[in-house]
Design a protein around this ligand. Structure first.
Ligand code: ADP
Ligand code: MG
Length: 577
C-alpha cells in the first residue's frame, strides 16, 4: 500500500505559511519588504480590522511585467537569487520566494502591478485559481490581501484582540520605517493615519515622524567604523528611558533583527546613566559585509548569525559610554558598600523571611558563621520599642541603641518611605482621594503604546484615581489624579504609572495602587543627606515602630540593620571574657 505521498502545492504552501505568516503583522512585513526590494520610494500601507479584513500595500517600485507577475505566486519563485553564491551575498530583504505563495494560500490576494512601460497586470488569486487581466499603467505594485486565515480557523483563533494585533502592526511598521529613512512610509489603520515619514534619508527626521518631538529632541547621534562593520544611530538621553527593553532597536544591514547579546550590551553600557528599572531608548544601525552574515537561519529572518558579534559588542559598549559621557549626563550616584578591614560585613549578611507582614530580619548564618555566632538573631518589634537615637551618620543613617547594648543603623529615607507608604495606603483603603489638575498634563506616546492602553487598562487607572483621555495622534490628557500626584510632579507621576501598567499585562488594581502609593511615599520622603535633629530622628523611628512591616521600604530594601551587643563584641574580638 502506498503510504507516502508528495504534498500538493497548495498543502506545501499552507505549511510554509505556518512559519512565515503568523499574524497580520507578518503579512505587512513580507509585502513591505518586497516593496523595499523593488526600490520603492513611497510605500503606503493601510489595514482594516487589524489586518484581518484587509491589508493593502501600495508602492511605486519597479513593478512586474505580466510574465513575472503570473509566476510570483508560485512557490520558490524569486527574482532575487539564482545561485548558492547569491545566498551568501544577500543584499535584498527577501530571497526565499515563499512569502507571496504562503500569503496566497491563507487569504484572498490581488496583485496590481506595472513596470510603467506597458499596460499593467491584475491578478486575483482565489482558492489557488489565478484570474489575470489588464491593470493600470501606473508604475508600481499594489497588493491587497483580504480575509486572512479564512481557511485556517486554528490560526484565525490564535490571533489576539485588535488592539494587540495593531500594537504588533505598528511595531512592525515602525521598524520598517526606522530602518529605511530613504523611503516615505505611511501607515493607516481603519482610515486613521498612524504616521507618515518624509523619506528624506535622515534617521532623526524619521524618528521625529514616528515617535514625535519629545523623543527626537532627546537623542544623541553616534557613529563608529571598524574594518568589517560600521555602527551608527541614536542614543536616547536618560529623560526618555523606558520601563522595558523594546525600545532598543537593532538593525543589521537595514533588517530589523533580534540580537539579544547586543541588546544586553547596550543595557550594560547605560548602567551608570540609568536606574536599574529603566531601559534606554536606542536605535542602532549596523552595517556589515553581507558575506559575514547568515540571514538564512529562520524563515522570518528575525534572527541572524553574524561572525563578528563579540568584537562588535565590545566596540559598541565603548562607543556608547563615550558618547554618553561626552554629553555630561549626570551619572546616577554609585552606591558603594565598603568593607572595613578584617571585619567582613557583607551586604547579604541579612536575609529576610517572607511571612506576610511579619517579616523579620534574620542573620544569614551561612555568611556570618565565621564572624558571629549569636543566640538572638532577630529584630523583634519589642526590641525596636527600646530604640533611642544617638546620632546621624553621613546625613543618611540614623544611629540608635537599645537598653541591651544593641546598635541600629536606620536608613532615614527608606524608613520614611515605609511610614508614608503605610499612611497613604490606609487613606486609600476608604477611597482614593482625587483632584483635577489645574494645568492638564499632556503625555506623549507612540501609537503602539496607545493601542495597548485598552479599555481595561484605562479602567484600572480610573480605579486608582487617574482619568486619561486620548488627545491627538500621539498624546494623552490627564484629567484627574490622586492627591499624592501633586507634590510628586503630576506629569512624571502619570507617566510612570502608565508605563508600569503598559509593561505588566496581568497587573491588577491592588498592585497599581500599591505602586502608585510607593512612588508617592518615595518622593515625599526625607532624603538621604537631609540633616535631621535628634528629635526629628526619634520621631521618625517612633513612627517606624508603628508600621506593620517596619523592616523594609516599599521597594524591598532594608530600613534597619541591627547589631546585638554580642555581635559588636565579637566583631571587636572582645568576647571570651
Ligand atoms: P522573495 O521576496 O523571497 O523573492 P516573494 O514571494 O516575497 O519572494 O516574492 C516573489 C517575487 O515577486 C519577488 O522575487 C519579486 O520578483 C516579485 N515581487 C513581489 N512583490 C513585489 C513588488 N512589490 N514589486 C515588484 N516585484 C515584486
Ligand atoms: Mg519577499
Amino acid at each position: 500500500m502506498n503510504k507516502i505521498n508528495i504534498l500538493s502545492n497548495e498543502l506545501a504552501n499552507m505549511i510554509a505559511a505556518g512559519e512565515v505568516v503568523e499574524r497580520p503583522s507578518s503579512v505587512i512585513k513580507e509585502l513591505v519588504e518586497n516593496s523595499i526590494d523593488a526600490n520603492a520610494k513611497t510605500i503606503n500601507v493601510s489595514i482594516i480590522e487589524a489586518g484581518r479584513k484587509q491589508i493593502i500595500v501600495a508602492d511605486d517600485g519597479e513593478g512586474m511585467d505580466r510574465q513575472n507577475a503570473s509566476i510570483a505566486l508560485k512557490r520558490y519563485a524569486t527574482s532575487k537569487i539564482i545561485s548558492s553564491y547569491d545566498l551568501n551575498h544577500i543584499k535584498t530583504l527577501g530571497f526565499r520566494g515563499e512569502a507571496l505563495p504562503s500569503i496566497a494560500s491563507v487569504s484572498r490576494i490581488k496583485i496590481d502591478t506595472s513596470t510603467g512601460e506597458n499596460v499593467g497586470t491584475q491578478i486575483i488569486s482565489n482558492e489557488q485559481q489565478l484570474e489575470i487581466s489588464d491593470g493600470s499603467l501606473h508604475k508600481g505594485t499594489t497588493i491587497t490581501v483580504e480575509e486572512l486565515f479564512y481557511n485556517t480557523p486554528a490560526r484565525l483563533k490564535f490571533l489576539k484582540s485588535d488592539y494587540i494585533e495593531n500594537a504588533n502592526n505598528i511595531e512592525m511598521m515602525t521598524r520598517l520605517a526606522l530602518s529605511h529613512p530613504h523611503i516615505s512610509f505611511s501607515f493607516t489603520i481603519d482610515d486613521k493615519q498612524q504616521f507618515k515619514t518624509t523619506g528624506r534619508g535622515k534617521l532623526l527626521e524619521t524618528i521625529l515622524n514616528v515617535y514625535g518631538h519629545h523623543v527626537a529632541s532627546n537623542m544623541i547621534k553616534f557613529n563608529f567604523k571598524a574594518v568589517d562593520y560600521s555602527i551608527s544611530g541614536y542614543l536616547g538621553k536618560p529623560e526618555i528611558a523606558r520601563s522595558n527593553r523594546y525600545y532598543i532597536q537593532t538593525f543589521l544591514n537595514t533588517r530589523s533583527v533580534y540580537m539579544p547579546k547586543i541588546t544586553n550590551a547596550i543595557i550594560n553600557a547605560y548602567e551608570d546613566f540609568l536606574p536599574p528599572t529603566r531601559f534606554p531608548f536606542v536605535i542602532i544601525d549596523i552595517n556589515v559585509e553581507p558575506a559575514l552574515v547568515d540571514v538564512n537561519v529562520h524563515p522570518t529572518k528575525r534572527e541572524v548569525r553574524f561572525s563578528k558579534e563579540e568584537e562588535l559588542k565590545t566596540s559598541l559598549v565603548n562607543v556608547i559610554v563615550n558618547a554618553l559621557k561626552k554629553q555630561n549626563l549626570a551619572p546616577k550616584p554609585q552606591i558603594v558598600i565598603e568593607k572595613p578591614h578584617d571585619v567582613i560585613i557583607k551586604t547579604n549578611l541579612f536575609d529576610y523571611v517572607n511571612d506576610d507582614n511579619d517579616r523579620q530580619l534574620i542573620l544569614n548564618e551561612q555568611d556570618s558563621s565565621s564572624l558571629i555566632s549569636d543566640d538572638s538573631k532577630t529584630i523583634t518589634k519589642e526590641k525596636m520599642l527600646n530604640m533611642t537615637v544617638i546620632g546621624q551618620a553621613q546625613l543618611t543613617f540614623i544611629i540608635a541603641e537599645d537598653f541591651e547594648g544593641g546598635l541600629y543603623l536606620i536608613d532615614q529615607h527608606a524608613a520614611h518611605e515605609r511610614i508614608n507608604y503605610e499612611k497613604y495606603k490606609a487613606l486609600a483603603k476608604e477611597k482614593v482621594p482625587v483632584y483635577e489638575p489645574l494645568i492638564t498634563p499632556i503625555l506623549n506616546y507612540k501609537a503602539s503604546d496607545l493601542m495597548r492602553l485598552n479599555e481595561e487598562k484605562i479602567m484600572l487607572l480610573k480605579d486608582v484615581g487617574v482619568i486619561i483621555e486620548q488627545f491627538g495622534k500621539n498624546e494623552i490628557k490627564v484629567r484627574q489624579l490622586p492627591i499624592w500626584a501633586k507634590d510628586y510632579g503630576e506629569k512624571e507621576y502619570s507617566e510612570q504609572l502608565i508605563e508600569q501598567i503598559l509593561e505588566d499585562n496581568d497587573i491588577d488594581t491592588v498592585s497599581v495602587l500599591d505602586a502608585s502609593i510607593a512612588m508617592k511615599s518615595c518622593r515625599r520622603s526625607i532624603k538621604a543627606s537631609d540633616r535631621l535633629s535628634l528629635n526629628e530622628m526619634q520621631f521618625l523611628i517612633d513612627e517606624l515602630k508603628k508600621c506593620d512591616n517596619p523592616y523594609f521600604c516599599p521597594h524591598g530594601r532594608p530600613t534597619i540593620i541591627h547589631f546585638t551587643a554580642y555581635q559588636l563584641d565579637k566583631m571587636f574580638k572582645r568576647t571570651g571574657f
